[in-house]
Design a protein. Structure first.
Lengths: 153, 131
């Protein structure tokens, strides 16, 4: 009757093969990644408008990092817009200086400030939404500037 | 190089590995985490319109006052835009004070008072009422 050797034998060759296998798998990983897009947007406001990350107005926003996005993805962030001027106003945004230029064709930005004026000293909860087109290709990094415009009510 | 392990040795290695992992997890989770705490309170729970709400609170970390820290204060009415109050600074005891005059046209309902500092938030509520 044959005796089964239940001992585990690890040779240098086995270790080498395992190492190559792990290295090979890690090298292949990027090939299986989905198409990801990274973006940042700088925020420029007039003197009577300030936009914050928090309702207690401690963290002023100058740049928004949208993180990694996929085609067809929508990402929303909540910000807090404060009237630091002397008159009530309504607010609009425009986007400029897209890099690359054609990124503008595939990406839209909405801001739900509403139509009612923001009174002096008040803070409005505002949602900014970034939408990526499903048709986007090639672009993996983009940036743009958000210009906030206040119109006196 | 040849490394031969018997079933007994494999068992010992696995047991030791498990014990080490348990110790690491225990050290990571069991380590006390010091989180600052900010409190906020008003002198009353309801006010007449145009009356002044007196606001006070403290900022501490592990029982020790956090001195000279900026505290942001906002008041959120039941509807509409929030009111922004001037920022204040904690004193030697980690305490801060502020006040807010309720507008004559303040709508009815529960008003949220929100304070924040060093990444922590404190809240309370109060109610304006008719004369």
């Amino acid at each position: 009757m044959s005796k089964i050797n239940r001992n585990l034998v690890i040779t240098a060759e086995t270790l080498g093969v395992l190492g190559l296998l792990i290295f090979g798998l890690s090298a292949l990983t990027p090939l299986t990644d989905e198409y990801m897009i990274r973006s940042t947007a700088s925020l420029q406001t007039p003197p009577n408008v300030e936009v914050y990350w928090d309702i207690t107005t401690l963290e002023l926003i100058t740049e928004i990092a949208w993180g990694e996005l996929e085609p067809s993805e929508t990402k929303s962030i909540t910000v807090y817009t404060k009237n630091v001027g002397n008159t009530d106003f309504t607010c609009y945004i425009t986007t400029v200086e897209w890099t690359p230029i054609n990124a503008e064709d595939y990406i839209t930005l909405d801001w739900d400030f509403g139509n009612s004026p923001l009174k002096v000293g008040r803070i409005r909860t505002t949602v900014i939404t970034l939408r990526i087109s499903e048709d986007i290709t090639v672009i993996t990094n983009f940036s743009f500037n958000i210009i906030v415009t206040a119109v006196e009510a | 190089m040849t490394l031969t392990l018997t079933p007994t040795e494999i068992t010992v290695v696995l047991v030791l590995f498990t014990i080490i992992m348990i110790i690491i997890i225990w050290l990571l989770l069991g380590k006390p985490v010091i989180v600052p705490n900010v409190t906020v309170a008003t002198d009353k729970s309801s006010y007449f319109r145009e009356e002044s709400v007196q606001i006070a609170g403290t900022l501490v970390s592990n029982g020790n006052p956090l001195v000279g820290q900026t505290v942001g204060i906002s008041i959120q009415p039941p509807e509409g835009d929030a009111y922004s109050l001037p920022q204040v600074t904690t004193d030697a005891e980690g305490a801060y004070v502020s006040s807010w005059a309720i507008p004559a046209d303040a709508i009815e309902g529960s008003y949220g008072l929100i304070v924040a500092s060093v990444g922590v938030i404190g809240t309370t509520t109060f109610t304006p009422r008719n004369q």
